[in-house]
Design a protein around this ligand. Structure first.
Ligand code: MTE
Ligand code: MO
Length: 316
């Protein structure tokens, strides 16, 4: 894990038309502090520009970001399509400015916030995380985001809050599968236990590769939980609810035997139709051996204690 921090940048009066430009500027200025951010270092074999940054516990792992070129058309976004290229193209129609997020439920101060105000209040960091999809592929992504815990604390969770539910935007005019009600129940929802949501590794991302998030990757705001399978990392979030009881989530509801609530990356628990023992790393040559999948996607040192009392073969 590599973390880069900067004090939030003071924004003054922002009009809606400036919103996107402003967000992009804030994110880009994060890279500017290192004097880098000109050439996309992740797109080549040159030294990554975060080489000079503090490296966390994961320096032993290969955390060279997957070249952006290789992942930008490789999208799972089922509101748009069930194949990766079409969902990338169709996602460009999503309307993302202005954007607001409702935070409600078991909190002292339910609010609806403009994304710009959230970004202004939170401290943006760059985090380079491994990302493992349940389908058996993986990548390394330099996200730009902020701590979910920090946002949740700002609305003062009540002691009754035990789960956090996230909901994707409902935009049936541009999301074809929301119109057809195809396959899944829309809008897409996901959830975490409150301690998972409060974990320092859990972030809400507004950017990647030193720029704003692209629409196909979940703009303008998505969850990233690096020790869980990718489907937990819900895109285009408009609502965050703190709840007393575990909510039904999209995949858990659709195929309860395939996808558990926890969905922690676990090489020992196969999917009903394939092994989760190894993964194809995006961008690797076809003759490169598959990577051995790690328990908790390699973040066990940080998160295993959350599941101390659970038999991980049953809570999958
Ligand atoms: N709203 C929404 N969020 C979603 C999905 C989706 O279909 N809709 N797909 C999930 C799955 S299965 C994965 S693997 C990741 C993919 O993220 P990426 O396209 O940015 O790589 O997004 C997750 N978040
Ligand atoms: Mo996925």
């Amino acid at each position: 894990m590599i973390i880069k921090t900067q004090k939030p940048i003071a924004t003054s009066e922002i009009t809606d038309s400036l919103v996107f430009k402003r967000r992009r500027q804030i994110i880009k200025s994060l890279l500017a502090i290192t004097g880098a951010g000109v050439a996309p270092a992740w797109a080549s074999e040159t030294k990554p520009l975060w080489d000079n940054l503090t490296q966390g516990d994961f320096s032993a792992h290969d955390l060279t970001p997957t070249p952006l070129e290789l992942i930008k058309n490789y999208t799972n976004y089922y509101e748009f399509a069930f194949n990766k290229e079409d969902s990338t193209d169709l996602a460009q129609h999503l309307a993302i400015d202005p954007w607001s997020v409702e935070i409600s439920g078991e909190v002292e101060k339910p609010v609806r916030l403009h994304l710009e105000d959230i970004v202004r209040q939170q401290t943006l960091e760059e985090r380079i995380y491994r990302f493992r999809c349940v389908e058996g592929w993986s990548m390394v992504v330099p996200w730009v985001g902020f701590s979910l815990a920090s946002l949740l604390k700002s609305v003062k969770p009540l002691s009754t809050a035990r789960f956090v539910k996230f909901t994707t935007v409902h935009q049936p005019t541009v999301m074809p599968n929301q119109r057809n009600n195809a396959m899944l129940t829309w809008p897409y929802t996901e959830a975490l236990r409150i301690d998972e949501a409060m974990h320092p590794l859990t972030i809400l991302a507004v950017g990647m590769y030193g720029d704003v998030l692209s629409k196909q990757n979940g703009a303008p705001l998505r969850l990233v939980v690096p020790w869980k399978y990718g489907f937990k990392s819900i895109k285009a979030i408009v609502k965050i609810e703190l709840l007393k009881t575990p909510p039904l989530t999209t995949w858990n509801q659709a195929t309860p035997h395939d996808y558990g609530f926890y969905a922690n990356v676990n090489p020992h628990v196969p999917h009903p139709r394939w092994s989760q023992n190894s993964e194809r790393q995006l961008g690797s040559h076809f003759f490169t051996p598959r990577r051995q999948t790690e328990l908790f996607n390699g973040y066990g040192e940080q998160v295993a204690s959350l599941y101390r009392d659970m038999d991980l073969r049953h809570f999958f």
